[in-house]
Ligand binder design. Structure first.
Ligand SMILES: [Zn+2]
Length: 89
């Protein structure tokens, strides 16, 4: 089964161009829960940066929207797996 992904728009810090970014839902959910940094990427400048509080809020609401059609158990399974793979050496 492919990993469920979340699509959200990001604004490039270099040129303010908006592009659509895609990240695994488990990774995002985990980062939001634990307060970890979320790395964003702009396609136009191939640039990575850490999501600001405002951007985290945007991602959080995007996540809330899609959670409606996803069983919570599925999401939890993916989040747990992501947490395990992160703590592994
Ligand atoms: Zn750019």
């Amino acid at each position: 089964m492919p990993e469920p992904m979340l699509k959200f728009s990001v604004t490039c810090p270099n040129c303010a161009l908006e592009s659509v970014s895609e990240m695994p839902i488990a990774l995002i959910a985990n980062a939001l829960l634990t307060g970890k940094a979320i790395r964003l990427r702009a396609q136009c400048h191939d640039e990575y940066w850490t999501a600001t509080i405002g951007e985290r809020e945007q991602i959080r609401s995007a996540l809330r929207e899609i959670r409606v059609d996803m069983p919570t158990a599925t999401l939890r399974t993916h989040a747990e797996r992501a947490m395990k793979s992160q703590t592994a050496p």
